[in-house]
Write a new protein. Sequence first.
Length: 106
Amino acid sequence: MPGKDPSPDDVPRARLALQMEALIINGRFGDRHRKRLPPGQSPFLPPPLPNGEEAPAEPPVELSRLSATEFPRYQQLVARVREDFAGTSPEELVELQSLVRKARGA
């Protein structure tokens, strides 16, 4: 912590950060709590279906299912998401999702 007078909280935080870094580097962080997965299976993907079945494919998007007022709004939302995804509001994303669901027939 060069160039700074440490507060009473900074020293324990620095020690904890160093301990966590050592645990991560040594590969011991979370070993007791980590669920053992079969080889080739990722903890970030859903588990494979039994008997080698494939997940059902989602129905295609048919924009003809949208009304004359919904289609222009769909185009606006898609353009907005492509332009600036991070700046898109949650309400706009929910609206786009509902329009996509309707176009899929759901």
